[in-house]
Design a binder for this molecule. Sequence first.
Ligand code: PSV
Ligand code: MN
Ligand code: MN
Length: 406
Amino acid sequence: MSDRAYALFEEQQKARGIDLDQVKAKLKALKIETPSWGYGDSGTRFKVFRKEGVPRDPFEKFEDAAQVHRLTGLCPSVAIHIPWDKVDDYGKLRRHAESLGLSVGAVNPNLFQDDEYMLGSVTNADPAIRRRAADHLLECVDIAKETGSRDLSLWFADGTNYPGQGDIRKRKAWMLEALAGMYKAMTPDMRMLIEYKCFEPAFYHTDIADWGMAYNFALKLGPQAEVLVDTGHHLQGANIEHIVAYLIDEKRLGGFHFNSRKYADDDLIVGSSNPYELFLIFYQIVNASIDPDPGIRSTVDNIAYMIDQSHNIEAKIPAMIRSVLNVQTQYAKALLVDHAEVERAQLRGDVLGAEDAVRRAFEFDVTPLLHAVREEQGLPLDPMRAYLESGYGSGILARGKGGASW
Ligand code: PSV
Ligand code: MN
Ligand code: MN
């Protein structure tokens, strides 16, 4: 992209009163966490396709993640999932991450793959199974201490398939009991991010089915508990940006799991299906970032942007780069909304004018802006191309097939 393209873009945005220095500073501050499990093999219930070059252990997952950060400058931390990323020495994993210019991000307990949990983990009717599940949550707090992680990111598969299979209200109490035990074990600087999902693997009821339930648990637990919005976890047609605005306003939006979906929890590359939805999510966030209430601004500053996607057929590192760049692009566009213009239209009841002011930002081509930012940061202008030309992808083929899967 030439200097001329940027000069034109700058002129266009200046004429709209957009301060591009501020926009650039915000883009440079954007951090997106990638998930360790996004580098391993994954699949559907029909098949897991084994890929050559997939990391064989958590250490190699961090090495792959380091490539994404090296080329995009956006992904300095990596979420881990326990026991998928179980290691003997978490201090060693932390040092390995640091040696690659990374840190260990959110710790995700896993209470959904053991046979014992078929009828639930923390909401199982059997107290011994509940205890085992609660102990795993405590183990994850200890791991977070060793890895220096701030966030514990919780998702429970717990739910039932048929009416009457479980006592919904008892299960609610057991859920709260488990969360409270974990909350008590956290250090004051840790956060519990509670993820919700309305379906799958349980198809009649899920114990934390929606944002309202997650929010209610967070309220009961205390200020260190917040809600995590996974974009693939809603019923069709849900207005996710409304949920985002609501939770920010309540100062309880802790983070995101970004992914794209068309039908269910598809976990596809972020922004591949509905980039406008992603833009509208960021529009709400950017709008809240200029709120006069410092509490709202600090909620926005502390949002953990995380990717949660799996790659069944596509190459994993480039897929991750694509997702990260798509997030950056939609954030950049949202930074171009003229909020004063939107507000003026709202105040005069100009429905089309308000909608136009928001949509227009989405329609700008932000390529010159992103190139300028990358140039100033010493990054490749086209991180995807740089990756494909780097030879890293062919180098890792020596790892062979049958690496880690999630
Ligand atoms: C569940 O669908 C989920 O979104 C949770 O975040 C899990 O930790 C992740 O996917 C991986 O299975
Ligand atoms: Mn998720
Ligand atoms: Mn999911």
